[in-house]
Design a protein around this ligand. Structure first.
Ligand SMILES: *Cc1c(COP(=O)(O)O)cnc(C)c1O
Length: 378
């Protein structure tokens, strides 16, 4: 046992190191992270000893996982199987790996709009495939351009994004699914950020595009550690059918289960428990509320910033507000904003800065931020 003195000393030391910024202070306005829900944290800790890659020893985790997939299948109207991943990055790598194995007869190429997340570059680097980016000029890709690229490159996979990182754009999921069907190619929808927003905002008539397993969609990835209020790491990769899922499983004779699926070996069962408990307790309503709240605050932030004449502000699609100064370079402006204690990210393709309205962001944070911008510009 630790004696009391030593215990106190070590706690002191931990506290000393815990002067990281916290989301509740309202200064973290760029990162897609947020404060996890206390119930999710509780469940995470309760199952902290479990390994989600061992469904023999920890069959309860597998049961929870099955219930999560069942709930998500209702939301996306499809998705037979899925795995817990470390997040959008692992999901993208694993989806492309599955695609490459299913469509081994095609050219060794993935096509994606140039707004695709950097983890897809990483995936192709690891898997050894060529990534062809479709120039979009910062718009969702249009169906005819996508078709042109499919014909030209005969890819084994198309990756589109439902909620791009820099701007919150939604590529046309339905159009892409029809092309994927017609040309018999794997379609992965990266909805790491938008996955828990789009179905609800669509239902409320706020956005036109919907996100679901249209015929032709092979996989959808969604991060719960973004708008799902669970601790990091918790992503889910859903497959339209079990056959794809089997392609990313590898024999591991020495284990009781006999195989490992996905990129990781051991993976946190606590993450599964944290997603499960929120779904059990609140149902999908929780995410609907978050989608509406963050969207409303994004609209508020858009109007507040647009009042400043020196700024060009892009109308939010999802709860991401992109803005730039008409004369001052965005990197220079970012430096000033960082000096004020705020953390924003960039939208380099628009030479602009980006606020992501995560669940912890309140209107008062936006007011304070706009005041800080005013001070900088004076
Ligand atoms: C956040 C995000 C990722 C990466 O997810 P991680 O959880 O950081 O691995 C990939 N794609 C999109 C669209 C994202 O928003």
């Amino acid at each position: 046992m630790l004696d009391k003195k030593f215990w106190e000393a070590i706690l002191e030391l931990l506290k000393k190191y815990n002067n990281t910024p916290h989301h509740k202070d309202g200064k973290i306005l760029g990162s897609m992270t947020t404060t996890p829900h206390p119930l999710a944290v509780y469940a995470y800790l309760m199952f902290i000893h479990t390994n989600a890659s061992d469904p023999v020893i920890f069959k309860e985790i597998e049961n929870m996982m099955n219930e999560i997939i069942y709930e998500l299948a209702k939301l996306y109207r499809g998705g037979e199987s899925g795995i817990l991943t470390s997040g959008g990055t692992e999901s993208n790598i694993v989806a492309i790996l599955a695609a490459k194995k299913v469509f081994s007869n095609k050219s060794n190429t993935v096509i994606a709009p140039d707004t695709v997340h950097v983890s897809v570059d990483k995936a192709c680097d690891i898997i050894g495939c060529k990534l062809v980016k479709i120039p979009t000029n910062g718009n969702p890709v249009d169906a005819s351009t996508l078709e042109e690229y499919i014909r030209k490159y005969n890819p084994f996979a198309i990756v589109i994004t439902a909620g791009t990182t820099e701007r919150g754009l939604i590529d046309p999921v339905k159009d892409a699914s029809e092309l994927a069907n017609e040309y018999n190619v794997y379609l992965h929808v990266d909805a790491a950020y938008g996955g828990l927003l789009i179905p609800f905002l669509h239902r409320h008539g706020i956005i036109r595009e919907d996100l679901r397993f249209y015929d032709g969609v092979s996989s959808i990835s969604v991060d719960f550690h973004k708008n799902g209020l669970t601790p990091i790491p918790s992503g889910i990769l859903l497959f339209n059918n079990k056959r794809c899922m089997e392609k990313i499983c590898y024999n591991a004779e020495y284990t009781l289960y006999g195989k490992y699926c996905g990129l990781l070996g051991t993976r946190p069962g606590g993450s599964v428990a944290s997603i499960w408990v929120l779904l059990k307790h609140y149902g999908l309503d929780l995410y609907e509320k978050i989608a509406l709240k963050t969207y409303n605050i994004a609209t508020y932030a858009y109007h507040k910033l647009a009042e400043l004449e020196e700024l060009k502000v892009f109308k939010p699609i999802l709860p991401i507000v992109v803005f730039k100064h008409k004369y001052i370079n965005y990197i220079e402006l970012l430096r000033e904003i960082l000096n004020k204690g705020y953390f924003l990210y960039k939208s380099p393709s628009l030479e602009a800065l980006r606020i992501v309205i995560m669940p912890h962001v309140e209107k008062s944070h936006i007011d304070d931020f706009v005041n800080a911008i005013r001070e900088i510009m004076q």
